[in-house]
Write a protein that binds this ligand. Structure first.
Ligand code: FMN
Ligand code: SF4
Length: 552
């Protein structure tokens, strides 16, 4: 069934993308108007379109009736800004006009909210009257800096169109195998979480036999605490796009798409502007710079579903299907978007590929070790004295990362959640023993992931934090697999009951639930959430002992 939908959607393709059309239809009409016409155009049933639309938070009628949305990510929660902000917005807009959105990527200043297609944070709420009137206000920007001997992600080697043209001219006439060799030698691994070697991924896809292939940039950065992809999309768009074009050249693709989350309006704007500028100069499009190589780019805007970061769900979403995870194999490199060979890469991976080509693979591989090579963007939240996004060499001691680069903490912090909601919750004294290294984090029972840091202050109750994690999973689970769909709700219920003082947590049952989810889930959304929860039970069990009973 899903194969049929992929093929029917692929018949029309990216230019008239079904998901975009579906989103526009839904956002512009209050009922089913236009749904039958859309279904007919794509030769699908109305129920298929309806089923897909109903998956996405932003397309639901209840969401569309709200005017403002408060960030409900972990960093704003720990900073305690959500409730006061909601109160202020409700006073202005009405009780039923304020909803929630998951992590807007303003973790460095919190107080984040979305209003009328724009994001605001920090002190912006003080200018709410101007915001409501649609007037532009001056906003603070995050601080960014590279601490690497060679900067691959933050340098300005490709920050204007002339530089872009010069480098493109060189690389679209370069030997394709040499480019792959360079990526393999750099030891770059995917920055989106799974850590697959990027050179190998491009190599596999280049060898797949198909007239049509795709390059997909995964810009669905939903991890709480992370705004590094946002930094690249907004401040280094040419680096990301260059990586996509070179990938297209190497694998034999003439079309790509950036799937950018709808919660990042400035990123969409910035990428859109770059694509238009490049098209005007024939640096994108037909027969680029007079060569036989053509490559075009499209944008697909996410509609509020965290699971769309998972690559098979992301592909399903672009195709206009419900964003449910698919079983792999087949992997996208052989059967991806519209069932064609596809490279899906994270924003930072693509920017790093550009940085490697421009600076040399040997410089990248010389940093860190074979499995954790090069540099990584790390995001610091508002509990740090120097919040911001920093490029840091892999292998750097975490003590240096936290205290020298991040400047230490403004107040007492007992633990950090590193790597988003699915990453480990690590007591400060344990983080200090580690280096910035994917394998070291995993071996210690945590996960570095995308390297976002959320600080949990000393007085924040850990039962609240577990409730938040289960609530997030229950809300965002795609529902495809049984342990994930049911497990996340059962977990949330246990902590709901504790909050309402109906019952204590049955520890044995909770442990059984966590083991079942870890072993039985199809993907890492519900399958990895046990990691931070087990970390909390292990390191902060004492804090929660009065909330637990041993027997079921
Ligand atoms: C629940 C879940 C969420 C994910 N979210 C993202 C994301 O926001 N961005 C991303 O690039 N990869 C995300 N991934 C990883 C992707 O599935 C995929 O591995 C990645 O995009 C591949 O690119 P890379 O090789 O460059 O890392 C997620 C995976 C899971 C299981
Ligand atoms: S683990 Fe959760 S998100 Fe992943 S497939 Fe199962 S239900 Fe969907």
């Amino acid at each position: 069934m899903s194969k049929n939908i992929s093929n029917l959607s692929g018949r029309i393709g990216l230019k008239n993308n079904l998901f975009q059309k579906m989103s526009e239809r839904s956002l512009n009409s209050k009922n089913d108007q236009g749904m039958k016409e859309l279904a007919d155009e794509y030769r699908m049933g109305v129920s298929t379109i309806h089923g897909a639309e109903s998956f996405y938070e932003f397309l639901r009628p209840a969401h569309r009736e709200k005017k403002a949305f408060v960030c409900n990510g972990s960093a704003c929660m720990c900073a305690g800004t959500q409730e006061p902000l909601k109160k202020k917005l409700k006073e202005k807009l009405g009780d039923d006009k304020v909803g929630e959105m998951f992590c807007l990527g303003y973790c460095y200043e919190n107080n984040a909210f979305h209003y009328d297609g724009k994001n605001f944070a920090g002190k912006d709420i003080n200018k709410i009257d101007q915001i409501i009137k649609g007037q532009d206000i001056e906003q603070d920007k995050f601080y960014s800096k590279s601490f690497s001997s060679t900067s691959f992600l933050m340098d300005d080697k490709i920050s204007d169109l002339d530089q872009f043209k010069e480098h493109l001219q060189k690389y679209i006439n370069f030997d394709k195998q040499e480019i792959i060799k360079s990526l393999l030698e750099s030891n770059l691994t995917g920055r989106g979480g799974a850590g697959f070697p990027t050179g190998m991924k491009w190599d596999f896809c280049s060898k797949a036999k198909s007239k049509k292939k795709y390059v997909v940039c995964n810009a669905d950065e939903g991890d709480s605490g992370a705004y590094s992809d946002r930094y690249l999309l907004e401040d280094q768009p040419l680096k990301v796009i260059f990586g996509m074009i070179i990938c297209g050249y190497v694998i034999g693709s003439d079309e790509g798409v950036l799937y950018i989350r709808g919660e990042y309006p400035k990123s969409i704007e910035s990428i859109n502007a770059s694509i238009n500028a490049l098209k005007k100069l024939n640096l994108l499009g037909e027969k680029i710079l007079g060569t036989e190589f053509s490559f075009d780019l499209n944008i697909c805007i996410g509609q509020g579903a965290y699971i769309c970061g998972e690559e098979t769900a992301l592909i399903a979403s672009i195709e206009g299907r419900r964003a449910e995870v698919d079983v792999r194999p087949p992997f996208p490199v052989t059967e991806g978007l519209y069932k064609k060979p596809t490279v899906v890469n994270n924003v930072e991976t693509l920017a790093a590929a550009t940085g490697i080509l421009l600076n040399g693979s040997e410089k990248f591989s010389a940093i860190g070790n074979k499995k954790s090579a090069g540099t990584k963007l790390v995001c610091f939240d508002s509990f740090f004295n120097k919040p911001g996004v920093y490029e840091i060499e892999m292998g750097t001691p975490m003590k240096k990362v936290l205290y020298d680069i991040g400047g230490g903490f403004k107040e007492d912090v007992k633990a950090l959640q590193i790597g988003g909601p699915l990453g480990g919750v690590i007591p400060i004294y344990e983080v200090e023993k580690l280096n910035l290294d994917f394998q070291e984090f995993t071996a210690a029972g945590f996960m570095l992931g995308h390297a976002s840091i959320v600080s949990i202050p000393k007085d924040f109750p850990m039962v609240e934090y577990i409730h938040h994690l289960f609530e997030f999973t229950a809300e965002e689970s795609c529902g495809k697999c049984f342990p994930g769909r049911l497990g996340s709700y059962r977990g949330k219920e246990m902590f709901d009951q504790l909050k309402s003082k109906t019952s204590k947590i049955p520890l044995k049952l909770l442990n059984e639930l966590l083991v079942t989810m870890k072993k039985g889930c199809l993907c890492a959304l519900c399958g990895a959430i046990p990691t931070p929860i087990m970390n909390i039970l292990k390191y902060f069990g004492d804090e929660m002992k009065n909330d637990m009973v041993q027997e079921n």
